[in-house]
Ligand binder design. Sequence first.
Ligand code: G6P
Length: 764
Amino acid sequence: MRLLSVRLIVSLILGIALVSSGFSYYEVLGEKRALRSDVERRDEILGESLVGNVERSWNAGSDKELKRLVQRFGNREHLLGVAIYDRQGALVAVTPELEKTLTVSPPPVTQAITLGHEESSFVRLGTLPVHILALPIRRQDEVLGGLAVVHDVSYIRAQILLVWRQTFFRVLAQVFLIVLITLLIVRWSITGPIARAALWMRALRTGKISFRQEVPDHLDMFRPLAREVATMAESLSHARNAAENEARLREAGESMWTADRLSVQLRTRLDDSHLFVVSNREPYMHQRNGKVLDVVVPPSGLVTALEPVLNACDGTWIAHGSGNGDAEVVDAHDRLRVPPEDPRYSLRRVWLTKEEEEGYYYGFANEGLWPLCHIAHTRPLFRAADWQYYQDVNRKFTAAVLEEIENVAKPVVLVQDYHFALLPRLIKEKRPDARVAIFWHIPWPNPEAFGICPWQRQLVDGLLGADLIGFHIQSHCNNFLQTVDRVVESRVDWEHFSVLRQDHRTMVRPFPISVAFTGDDAAENNNHGFNYLDRSALMRGLGVEATFMGIGVDRVDYTKGILERFLAIERFLEKYPSYQGKFTFVQIGAPSRTHIKRYHDLLAEVEAEAERINWRFQGGKWKPIVFLKRQHSHQEIEPYYRAADLCLVTSLHDGMNLVAKEFLAARQDEQGVLILSQFTGAARELRDALLVNPYDIDQTAEAIRAALEMEPEDKQLRVQRMRKVIKEHNIYRWAGNLITELCEVRLDAPEDMQEKSRARVSVA
Ligand code: G6P
């Protein structure tokens, strides 16, 4: 740094001195030129006025008069005198001071006599610099001699030296001031911020601050750099944690799943192959808002769960490009690398027309299959036109998958959810060498309930194209196998939980999905420096004052039991009035599928219900329910999870429900109580939650009271046990088990495959 400053100063001095001297040189030159031309002008005026008198006296033959004339010009300011010569150059008359030096005519006079016109030049008389103006003396046209006006110009040199001296001091002052100002500017605007940035980076590196924290304002000029550094710090911290974790696991001989273990596992299992995930919802949507292109992570349990898997193994995720700016960022093959901040895998976007989206997504998937599979008393709607679009879109996605796996030997394809029941068979028909699994993220109802779907046979048949079908829990597997038994020609093997249909075997297994929790608090410490005592600050931010806080996080969906939850809160406040003014419930509700009337109406109902209950109880700065009606990022939700006394998950029916697991993962303090609906898949694993029947309003109200009054030791024990469960059954284990199981499936023998393909061709 010191060497740098010396170099900077020396270069500044040299640079400024050079530039300043260059300018001064031209200035001095100009000054010299001006002084010289002043002398020339003055001599010219004098010479011209004198030559007339000289000519008259010469013609009158008066030598006396000539001498008198020349004597008059001695001793004037810088004027040395005048001299008169005859035609041969002999001196006729001269100012006495010049008598000795101008005995012979100087060259300008000789030239003026010879050429017959005025001559002017700067010459030296001995050592003295002078200016001589020579004029011819005439009688009519005849040149009789010459007149010389001689000026001492040594003062010009003195003057120039003075200017140089002044210039020197000016340059010196300039150099000093400019160097000083530059150094101050550099210190204020460069070295100062660099030093601060270095401090910030050190804090980041040593983990004193989180890399998820926003870059501080005073580092504004380094923002792009700082972001890169934060990303680097994040990767570094992950690598460090992974290494530590690995060592810890080896030490403890534990069989815990981490991102790194999953990626090693996938590399060995997949061999040279690649993992392809297909889902309707994409992990990142690009939304164009005027000039800004925002990146949005949609509220979806499926996205929350799968993102860490893709991050761990650099696969390809094929999904519907539903953002209005999605098409702007893809390459010629509709692909892009994500996550945008730190690309780790490929996203292939599939485009749907408005009609396709309407029929397949809103219609068949969400007005038909969603209520069909969730027993939540919303009637499924089955329209033939929607079914047609569902088939078309399944074919469209099949084409995209086939394109992606075209040059991949033995690809592994994980199809996701109820949007793509037909995909497994469609893919296997074209690529029998592909290993295909489908994971059904929502419940599978009993065969009677499923039986109302007019196309149940086609759906089940499509699913049975897969090598492996996954559900969250065993009872969904059982329901599915019973449905298969009733609907299609096949052999269900209850002992091995598989189905044999048309010589193809499909395994059916439970894989409880989870979150990316490894129990490594350092790795998961993304609390933005949030302190548990900040609860009141969090509440103040919402404009509320309360002693106790509850949290609920859901898509606003009729399966989530949000209205039932609000009724339970009302009942609780009614039954235990001492909590009025003290307990506030924060409901984060992401509007979802609002294009469907049922969802649109529900959003209004939830809002109205919160308002009704608030109106009934609120007072002063307190109100019972804060409804935050917008999608929140995981980072925004985290402080609420950490600050809450309890978390309410009251789904009327839910495949798994990851909010329950996210809440526990966030509770490093081992406090807080989870109230969980017994109708969620999560209730099978999280036995230490306060399990409730969400339809039983009184029971949920009691659970709220029990949660608020539970002893801290009891809370700790429960949270500890549940955190252990999700740590051991995290998303890496889910993916690891699913893929291991899929890779162990014996694919049909190649001859059989050829046979089947031939059969298909002949049928076609
Ligand atoms: C459930 C489904 C997912 C879906 C998510 C969000 O979790 O199982 O497939 O992505 O809800 O719903 P959306 O319709 O917005 O994708």
